[in-house]
Design a protein around this ligand. Structure first.
Ligand code: WT7
Length: 645
């Protein structure tokens, strides 16, 4: 526990909105006078009706979470209109296209308001009403953000599906949330390649009777096939639609969005966030977590298909009236200096990205970074997976020239926003350690029996009390919500992560303790990949585990038993890899398919995943107890046939 500590850079401490002593006072206040603290924080938002109560929640015997329940507000008003009134000419969005040679776009808050209001009116003409679920399957273009905000404006509930998901995955998500409306684009552009979004939509909709209207944003040449009566080009429907569209008054606990995420069992679940608490949480965590200043240019590299793109692209920055950059492309196109070229071109002050991108760029050395002026940067952030200290150091020293703070922010789809971090102007940094709890957050570590651990310790990471940004339910399945997060340790929210705590109260996330993988910062359930594999007619059984991967964090290792009579072949491996891609999407592409005639099982027939994990990790000298195996020879065969280096 003697990892090196890096002090707050003096420039970061100088103008901070929260010093170390501010943090201590405010953190204590947030726990001791929680109601007062949150009602004060609520002033960050414009309310149609101010709330008179903050938290009203219970984790047991039933899970029932409400925040600011008698308040009324509109999220779009708070992210757009109020700034269009106060700072109409301030830039809200800068769009950097995939191809640096094509034209970017820029929107002031006044222009953003017009775009979003017109978008909302278009949705209304298609029949979208308050409470309806609208699926958004879009590339990273400004219209993706307009669509989300337009839903919020009229009280519709968006469900954004990442553009890298397959037609099947899209269909499942449409059906699960009973969505009758879809917003998409003809194509997406990423790294010089074309993603056939509209084609994927057509394939998905050919398998479900749902979805009455599809709104299509033109990104490509406009040649996409359109189904009469169902599909509408945005530019056609929006012609003549005016930009006057009132913001619907919403109850604080009205749903704002659903976002699907993977768990250790079953299909992905639709995590539901509501309006008041979520918006306040993203607004507050953005302001403190990034020590936001008026003249910042914030660049979060996440796609709106993930929670990071919701909380720190669509909602948090805009709720603060910030200027942000959204990027259509990838870090290595047209070359591996693209991020730094963008930083230089636009004068980015805060960069928020994932460890996987940092590791990939680090592998290309310092030259691409040093080619560009990065003097505008004053803060670097990471999110999504544990960052190894070497990558942290490179980010800090090479990208940040050792002069700017690095924040390692731990949070989850279910937490809505940042939960653990160091504050840029307040806290010393420890590479590999996320840091301290955000205001109102009371983390604790428990052992496997649920016994709380004191002081420096390692255990399962739980959160004791509710916070405004917490998910409220799993859409259509509250029992699953209770079961997944609140039944493992009574009275606690269980994150699914393991963590260490040092003597200063800093937390270091050690990774998932359940059957969830984190591949390039993308969350994936091993069960989901297994279900996809066994759908293939040649597959009898499959077991999927993760293994350490130098760039992706974790890789996907699949053990597959083919049906009797099916040959074990290279060809079948390829087929199955392709099969998983088309069932779930390219994000779930297996690194290794290990075909085997048998899997290690206990005498009662349970697959011994612990052993499979060890083999995938190449830790075969520490397999542990194999005496309960029905057939120990299976293990030797698997070790001999291990895939990878
Ligand atoms: C899981 C949540 C947070 C938004 C993006 C991912 C892992 C997230 C960190 C971090 C170590 C991290 C955890 C968590 N994770 N941030 N800073 N250090 N691990 O959201 O898809 O819901 O995934 O990502 O394992 O449980 P998500």
């Amino acid at each position: 526990m003697s990892d090196p500590v890096i002090p707050v850079p003096p420039t970061a401490a100088k103008d901070t909105n929260c010093s170390a002593s501010d943090y201590r006072d405010l953190y204590n206040h947030s726990l001791e006078k929680s109601e007062r603290f949150w009602l004060d924080q609520a002033d960050r938002l414009d309310w149609i009706k101010r709330p008179t109560v903050a938290g009203n929640w219970s984790y047991a015997p039933k899970v029932d979470i409400k925040w600011f329940e008698d308040g009324q507000l509109n999220a779009c008003w708070n992210c757009v209109d109020r700034h269009a009134v106060a700072t109409p000419d301030k830039t809200a969005l800068i769009f950097e296209p995939d191809d640096p040679a094509s034209d970017g776009r820029r929107f002031t808050y006044a222009q953003l308001k017009d775009e979003v209001a017109r978008f909302a009116n278009v949705m209304k003409t298609l029949g979208v009403a308050r409470g309806d679920r609208v699926t958004i399957y879009m590339p990273m273009v400004p219209e993706a953000v307009f669509a989300m905000l337009a839903c919020a404006r009229i009280g519709a509930v968006h469900s954004v599906v990442f553009g890298g998901f397959s037609p099947h995955a899209l269909r499942d998500r449409i059906e699960d949330c009973e969505s009758d409306f879809l917003v998409t684009a003809d194509i997406g552009k990423r790294g010089g390649k074309t993603v056939p979004l509209k084609q994927n939509v057509d394939a998905a909709l050919s398998e479900t009777p749902r979805v009455k209207s599809v709104l299509v944003v033109q990104v490509g040449d406009g040649s996409a096939a359109m189904t009469d009566g169902r599909d509408h080009w945005l530019h056609d429907v929006s012609a003549g639609v005016d930009n006057d569209c009132p913001c619907a008054p919403m109850e604080a606990e009205d749903p704002l969005f659903i976002l699907y995420t993977s768990g250790s069992t079953g299909k992905p679940k639709g995590v539901l966030h509501t309006t008041g608490g979520y918006l306040l949480w993203t607004a507050m965590t953005f302001a403190y977590g990034f020590d936001h200043r008026d003249d910042d240019l914030f660049f979060c590299t996440a796609d709106v298909g993930w929670i990071t793109g919701h909380s720190y692209v669509a909602y948090g920055p805009l709720a603060n009236g910030a200027t942000q950059l959204i990027f259509e492309g990838v870090p290595n196109y047209p070359a591996n200096d693209r991020f730094w070229q963008i930083v230089e071109k636009h004068g980015v002050t805060i960069l928020y990205t994932a460890p996987t991108a940092i590791r990939a760029l680090m592998a290309d050395g310092d030259a691409p970074v040093k080619k560009h002026d990065r003097s505008s940067l004053r803060l670097l952030g990471t999110v999504g997976e544990p960052i190894n200290p070497e990558a942290w150091r490179w980010y800090s020293d090479t990208v940040g020239e050792g002069r700017v703070p690095v924040v390692d922010t731990w949070w989850q789809t279910e937490t809505g926003g940042i939960m653990l971090t160091t504050l840029p102007g307040a806290h010393d940094m420890k590479p590999g350690w996320a840091g301290l709890p955000m205001f109102g957050i009371e983390p604790l570590l428990v052992d496997n029996d649920g016994k709380p651990l004191e002081g420096a310790a390692e255990g399962n990471l739980c959160i004791r009390r509710s916070w405004p940004g917490q998910a409220r339910t799993v859409y259509g399945n509250h029992a699953r919500f209770e079961q997944t997060y609140f039944s493992t340790y009574e009275g606690l929210y269980f994150s699914g992560d393991g963590a260490k705590r040092d003597e200063h109260g800093y937390y270091r996330i050690t990774g998932r303790v359940d059957d969830v993988l984190n591949v390039s910062g993308h969350r994936m359930g091993t069960a989901e990949i297994e279900s996809a594999l066994v759908l293939h007619p040649d597959v009898a059984e499959a077991a999927v585990v993760g293994f350490p991967h130098s760039v992706k964090g974790q890789g996907i290792y699949c053990y597959v038993t083919p049906n009797a009579g099916v040959d074990i072949s290279e060809e079948l491996e390829q087929t199955l890899r392709q099969h998983v891609r088309s069932e779930i999407g390219p994000v779930a592409t297996p690194d290794h398919i290990h075909l085997t005639r048998a899997l290690p099982k206990t005498r009662s027939g349970k697959i011994m995943r612990r052993i499979l994990r060890k083999i995938a990790e190449n830790e075969t000298s520490s397999l542990g107890d194999t005496s309960t195996l029905a057939d120990p020879e299976v293990v030797d065969a698997l070790i001999a046939g291990r895939k990878g280096d």
